[in-house]
Design a protein around this ligand. Structure first.
Ligand code: G4P
Length: 320
């Protein structure tokens, strides 16, 4: 099952970004540090017309620090891009963010040329938390200037630093199947848009090979060493976890739905350890595969459309 989730109002978000970006110096893209590649929006670079970008890897407290370092190095090597890690709920990140934006757009600053920053991120990535942390007790200003929609918020961080919050949400078209699973596991996708058992199985499939110790410790699977766990079928691992946690139906059968909910809850809460579900290298491979499959789908669709069309001679046959 491919996870595809694009609520209608997100189209208006794209439109709002395109309009706002004309007067923007730096774009902040909030990413989930546990799945930076999958939580990024591939459309953003296009929508923001190549504006300098600050990638903020949020929820870094839940992510694997070694992998966060890999992602930071990867982003910092891209042109017109900076990346910083963040725990939006714990720290006071204003200084770090202001500094990084000035590095990206050194000509802006001062009352005559205030820094104008747009902040974007997929649902649940921590945008509200960050904005609340940044604004503190200051009340966020809603725009009464021409062109500012009711939903768009302008936050005055300092006298010469304005932050624009994008109205609504921006969501990627998911062409990488694994991104769908990772987004669902992270809590970004609405519950009704995916099958929890399927997502938990995919999650366990990745964790058993990469973070076996965390699973063994949390679920008290003392009998399973890393190698045995890696060789286990995902279904058998979910079954074992369900049994350990007493998620049972009648006659000793495991309630797999309940077991799946437990696995996802424990992952989201960080109880399996600090985990990152993708490295830059892995994601690059998945993306290339996804793009290839997407291009094939598009070509097939175009060919079907072409076939369905009447031939030019037939269409103009009456006049012949
Ligand atoms: P959004 O506006 O982007 O949709 O996200 P929001 O700020 O509402 O944050 C979503 C959840 O993520 C919140 O948890 C919030 O506390 C948590 N969160 C945000 N930033 C961080 C961070 O840096 N580290 C950690 N560990 N958590 C963070 P919640 O209110 O409990 O919601 P939920 O967990 O029930 O979804």
């Amino acid at each position: 099952m491919a996870i595809q989730w694009f609520p209608g109002h997100m189209y208006s978000t794209q439109k709002a970004i395109t309009e706002r970006v004309k007067d923007i110096d730096v774009v902040i893209e909030l990413l989930d540090a546990r799945l930076p590649g999958s939580s990024a929006n591939p459309m953003l670079a296009e929508l923001t017309a190549g504006r300098p970008t600050l990638k903020v890897l949020n929820k870094q407290d839940l992510a694997d620090p070694e992998r966060t370092a890999l992602w930071l190095a990867y982003y910092n090597a891209l042109p017109a891009t900076r990346a910083i890690p963040l725990d939006a709920s714990q720290t006071t990140p204003a200084q770090q963010i202001v500094k990084a934006c000035h590095e990206l757009s050194p000509n802006r600053g001062g009352l005559a040329k205030p820094m104008r920053v747009l902040i974007c991120g997929i649902p649940n990535v921590g945008k509200s938390t960050l904005i609340n942390t940044l604004t503190g007790s200051r009340k966020a200003k809603t725009g009464d200037e021409a062109g500012i929609t009711k939903l768009e918020q302008r936050i005055t961080l300092t006298d010469d630093f304005y932050l624009w919050d994008t109205p609504g949400m921006l969501w990627p078209r998911i062409i990488v199947p694994r991104s769908g699973y990772n987004l669902a596991a992270s809590g970004a996708v609405g519950r009704n848009a995916f099958d929890e058992e399927e997502v938990a199985l995919e999650l366990l499939g990745y964790l058993k090979s990469n973070y076996a110790a965390g699973i063994a410790a949390r679920f008290k699977l003392v009998e399973l060493d890393a190698e045995t766990m890696a060789d286990m079928k995902d279904e058998a691992l979910l079954d074992t976890i369900g049994r350990k946690r007493g998620a049972l139906l009648g006659k000793g059968r495991v309630n797999l739905q309940k077991a799946a909910e437990i696995v996802m809850h424990e992952f989201r809460a960080g109880n399996l350890g600090r985990i990152t579900l993708e490295t830059p290298e892995e994601f690059a491979v998945w993306l290339a595969e996804g793009q290839r499959a997407d291009a094939e789908r598009a070509a097939k669709k175009a060919a079907r459309k072409q076939k369905g069309k009447p031939k030019p001679e037939a269409a103009s046959g009456q006049d012949a």
